[in-house]
Every structure is written in structure tokens, then in C-alpha cells.
Design a protein around this ligand. Structure first.
Ligand code: MN
Length: 192
């Protein structure tokens, strides 16, 4: 069986990038733990946010060009990318220019999440519903494939209306890392 992380490994040279080499964690050992989610703000060739959900020993990952929005009317394009290793979740730092994703990565949010409905079926259909319990992102969210059941990798991340939704985007005020407290330029300067 191919490793779930094959695409992840193929894109990276670990002699040059500080990103985690990772491994697939045995989920049986992890049974008691709640599922985690991570959001990284990544300024590379394009400014985007990476949204990652722990599932079956890896992080399902989406790149969101505009970042999440607390406003249910602002649907955010989320492009599915390769699964990442679990220990990528709290990575923050610099990916050398010239390497895949070269640029600065800030850990923007961390928390647990609860998948709703049958998540395996939802993944196949491309219609995920879940509750986030992060420091910044909370409440009900949906990730919906723009073409259900297709192999296409375009999704929309949509905040569902609840006590955490807002009538504004609401992410602009969060300009610091939840790991280091640093702003983007500080991460770049301190490590560059
Ligand atoms: Mn990225």
C-alpha cells in the first residue's frame, strides 16, 4: 500500500527544508485523544491559510487563499492539497526559498474538532460538517466540494450560522502566532 504521505514526501527535500519528516501515527494508540485541527498562515508565492484536520493518522489539508471567514455569507475557496504528517500541525518557521512552499509559516490556530455525520462518507461525497473548538475558530463549519462526488479538489469553507458566526470576516485582528506571539515579519526576521 502506498503511504498516505507519498505526495508530501515527493514534493520536499528534507536536507533543505525544516518541515517535519513526519510519520503516520497509529490511530489505535491515539484512540482516547480528541481529533485536532490546525491553521497556518503561509506567505509563499501566494499568501494563503492552510487548514488541516486530523483524520486517520494524517492531516487532511486545504489551502485557503483568502483565509476563513466568520461570516456565513463569505464562502471561501479551499483547495485540497496533499495529506500532511500529524507533527506538521504545530510547525512554524521558514521554508527556504526555492523549496516547495518556500516562505514563512505562522501557526495561526490550534484546537480540537468534532466531525458531524459519517465523516468517511462525507469525505467521499465532499460534504464535511464539523465543530471547531480552537483559540480563534469556533463553532460549526462546512467544507463542501464545488462538484460533489468528483475528483476535483475545489471546496468551499463556509461558517454555519451559530453563536460564533459574525456579520464580518473577523480574522483580520488575529495577526500574531498562537505559538510564539510573533507577527509574520518577526518570524521571518528571527529565523531568516
Ligand atoms: Mn501552504
Amino acid at each position: 500500500m502506498k503511504s498516505k504521505l507519498e505526495k508530501y514526501y515527493k514534493k520536499r527535500n528534507f536536507e533543505k527544508t525544516p518541515e517535519p519528516k513526519g510519520e503516520i501515527i497509529n490511530i489505535k494508540k491515539n484512540k482516547e485523544k480528541k481529533l485536532k485541527f490546525f491553521v497556518q498562515h503561509h506567505i509563499a508565492s501566494h499568501d494563503h491559510f492552510d487548514f488541516r484536520l486530523e483524520w486517520k493518522g494524517v492531516l487532511l489539508s486545504w489551502a485557503i487563499p483568502k483565509g476563513p471567514s466568520f461570516n456565513p455569507f463569505e464562502k471561501r475557496l479551499a483547495i485540497k492539497v496533499e495529506d500532511h504528517p500529524l507533527d506538521y500541525g504545530d510547525f512554524e518557521g521558514i521554508i527556504p526559498i526555492g523549496q516547495y512552499g518556500g516562505g514563512t509559516v505562522m501557526l495561526w490556530d490550534v484546537g480540537t474538532y468534532q466531525p458531524l455525520l459519517n465523516f468517511e462518507e462525507a469525505l467521499i461525497k465532499g460534504d464535511l460538517k464539523f465543530v471547531l473548538n480552537g483559540e480563534r475558530l469556533k463553532g460549526k463549519w462546512n467544507l463542501i466540494k464545488t462538484k460533489p462526488f468528483s475528483k476535483q479538489e475545489s471546496f468551499l469553507l463556509i461558517k454555519e450560522k451559530d453563536e460564533f458566526s459574525k456579520n464580518e470576516t473577523g480574522i483580520e485582528k488575529f495577526t500574531t502566532s498562537i505559538k510564539s506571539g510573533k507577527k509574520m515579519n518577526q518570524i521571518t526576521n528571527d529565523m531568516g
